[in-house]
Ligand binder design. Structure first.
Ligand code: XIL
Length: 391
């Protein structure tokens, strides 16, 4: 289980391969031959977790455009549920009013059909990656409540309707809860235009368009003490109104420091006690020092050498700590497997992770189970061992 370190020359080469992806610079430089070899020798993750929960990955736009076949092969090998990392967000699906583009999402659905995987739609209602036109009224006026609600319903009925029966789970509303103390809901354009009911309305519209789909409320840090009470409040209020909601998504953008396993386990228990399934929707464990502890994609920090310490490779001691973190969280997921529907990683291998550019652009992070050559890391073996120890 020795972690290979990566040469600085390769990292310099990676800089040249930077490509603009969904508004962020993503770096990917997997070597297909190396990954193909590794894939033959190690058990697929989805096999290890059969009978426990689905195991998934976010699939990038590059993969869906056929530009990253090595990662695509890994997705097909290891995962049985696929989430579109960016392709189904409002900015991609309805860039201007009434112009819907489904090409990349359709490709994801085909890929999943060929692999026998479950497709997760991400996401219908969010304050990020959503074009401004949604919130503009005629003549530069702010949008009226009525028009905003009509656009919300139209977007959802068209998108969910298009994928009816093929996308089995939807992140209906993303990140609606405020991070600030003393504030319940995030002050988003949706909240301002429609009021609190935008959340319930979104779920109702999604259910109407596909009554068979599992509908999820998805957010980050909701397992943490500062955000959990507000999340319980929202979920309880939706359930009391008989809103069709079936699951809560804990994103799981974690770091080596700052994750509290006991708190996480308690949160899973409390969410499950409401009668909801719990999904781990965007799992990654970053290893870099970062002041910001959330996943608000507008957060930015400046790049300095101190906060980018592993450009020449990940020290073995850190790789072990990282594996130990994964072991801990997988032990928890497995203990609560009757309530956990799936565990989805936010990416396939370290080179393609969004954390290389968040909240600091141009760093070298190591958050996933596979390294930049597609090789399994100690974290992969830790997850595998957890599955085997908890048969
Ligand atoms: C991220 C993608 O990974 C990036 O490629 C993109 O530039 C920004 O969004 N929470 C979410 C995801 O719900 O949609 C975000 O994905 C990460 C945080």
């Amino acid at each position: 289980m020795k972690e290979k370190t990566e040469s600085s020359a390769k990292y310099r080469a990676a800089g040249l391969g930077a490509a603009l992806l969904g508004g962020a610079v993503a770096i990917s430089f997997i070597q297909p031959s190396a990954s193909a070899k590794a894939q033959r020798r190690i058990p697929p993750l989805k096999t290890a977790f059969t009978g426990k929960f689905l195991i998934g990955a976010a699939v990038s736009r590059r993969i869906l455009r056929g530009e990253d076949q090595a990662s695509e092969a890994m997705v097909r090998t290891h995962f049985n549920t696929f989430t579109a990392e960016n392709s189904m967000k409002p900015s991609n699906v309805q860039p201007s009013e009434g112009r819907f583009t489904f090409d990349e999402g359709d490709r994801l659905v085909r890929m999943a059909q060929q692999s026998g995987a479950v497709v997760v739609g991400h996401t219908l209602v969010w304050h990020q990656q959503t074009p401004d036109w949604f919130f503009q009224g005629p003549n530069g006026q702010p949008v009226s409540r009525e028009l905003a609600l009509a656009r919300l319903r139209k977007h959802i009925s068209t998108v969910v309707g298009h994928y009816r029966g093929r996308v089995k789970q939807w992140d209906v509303v993303n990140e609606a809860i405020a991070d600030e103390q003393g504030q319940y809901l995030r002050q988003t354009p949706w909240l301002k235009a429609i009021g609190e009911e935008y959340i319930a309305e979104a779920f109702r519209a999604a259910h109407k368009a596909d009554p068979g789909a599992i509908l999820i409320y998805n957010d980050y840090n909701i397992e943490r003490a500062y955000k959990r009470p507000k999340t319980l409040r929202l979920l309880k209020s939706l359930l009391a109104q008989k809103v069709p909601i079936h699951a809560v998504g804990i994103q799981g953008h974690w770091r080596l420091d700052g994750l509290n396993p006991a708190e996480l386990e308690d949160s899973i228990r409390q969410f499950a006690a409401l009668g909801l399934k719990v999904m781990i929707t965007e799992l990654d464990i970053g290893v870099l020092p970062t002041r910001y502890q959330g996943a608000d994609i507008s957060a930015r920090e400046a790049l300095t050498p101190e906060i980018n310490p592993y450009t020449a490779g990940l020290p073995e001691a850190v790789a072990r700590q990282h594996a130990e973190r994964y072991r801990e969280v997988f032990e928890i997921f497995l203990r609560h497997r009757q309530h956990i529907g799936r565990v989805t990683f936010w990416g396939v291998h370290d080179g393609g992770s969004w954390l290389n550019n968040f909240p600091v652009r141009g760093r070298t992070d190591y958050p996933l189970l596979f390294d930049r050559q597609g090789q399994p890391k100690p974290a992969y073996f830790a997850a595998l061992k957890a599955a085997r120890d908890n048969r």
